[in-house]
Write a protein that binds this ligand. Structure first.
Ligand SMILES: C[S@@+](CC[C@H](N)C(=O)[O-])C[C@H]1O[C@@H](n2cnc3c(N)ncnc32)[C@H](O)[C@@H]1O
Length: 220
């Protein structure tokens, strides 16, 4: 499948499931503290410098709204117009836009933070570097990235595809993701890996990886 085909298929798949997703997933996100354990840390780091956060692949906007409730100015971007329509109606006080995460309509270095919660899972491994380069482009020096994704427990392999209920998806080795981030100029700050025993459905570990764009030191 070519990249445009893949995006078209992912968009169509999420358009089709959007109402059901919006009924189930926000409730699941909020009901298990492990699903949002890194959010308060991310929020505190954003607040030390201030600025805007993009929730990329925001779905129906529940994580964008969570960031907002904790005092962060955030907006959401998603490939699926249906998801964006739902996000706007569920959270009319917030900004949501249709867009793709590897070509964000954002100026260079404009953001204090980028959050991608389970939204890189449909990005083929060979396209990740491009996506991380885009996150680096939009982040201000010192800005933070928080990624959430199902993990692959073997550092010899970057990714493994799995039969996601909506569309072809990948789980990734956190260590290999950290290496790719570093190559894109984003240094790992912390990670949380939730035990596979906590995932009764697939038995995957879940990874939450926090990274920072370096602050360039001036040498006189
Ligand atoms: C598993 S859902 C996660 C939604 C939300 N972040 C959450 O935590 O529930 C993946 C979302 O990413 C979006 N998505 C997938 N590929 C994308 C891309 N290249 N650019 C923007 N959004 C994308 C999908 O439309 C979908 O809404």
């Amino acid at each position: 499948m070519t990249e445009p085909d893949l995006l078209t298929a992912t968009r169509a798949a999420y358009d089709a499931v959007a109402p059901r997703y919006a009924e189930d997933i926000p409730e699941r996100y909020h009901s298990n503290p492990l699903n949002h354990a890194m959010i308060p840390v991310f929020v505190e780091l954003i607040k030390t410098r201030g600025g805007l956060v993009a929730d990329v692949g925001c779905g129906p906007g529940h994580v964008t709204a969570h960031l907002h409730s904790l005092g962060v100015t955030a907006f959401g971007v998603d490939l699926s117009p249906e998801m964006i329509g739902l996000a706007r109606s569920l959270h009319p006080e917030l900004r949501f836009e249709v867009g793709v995460m590897d070509a964000l309509k954002v100026e260079d270095a404009a953001l204090a933070g980028v959050l991608a919660n389970y939204s890189i899972i449909h990005t083929p491994p060979e396209r990740l570097s491009e996506t991380f380069a885009e996150f680096h482009r939009v982040l201000a020096p010192g800005g933070h990235l928080l990624l959430g994704f199902p993990a692959y427990d073997d550092a010899t392999k970057l990714a493994e595809s799995f039969d996601h209920v909506v569309s072809l998806a990948y789980r990734y080795s956190p260590g290999r993701i950290a290496e790719l981030l570093l190559s894109a100029g984003l240094t790992e700050v912390a990670r949380l890996v939730v035990s596979p025993d906590e995932d009764p459905k697939r038995g995957f570990p879940q990874a939450y990886l926090l990274a920072r764009r370096a602050i360039v030191a001036h040498v006189d």
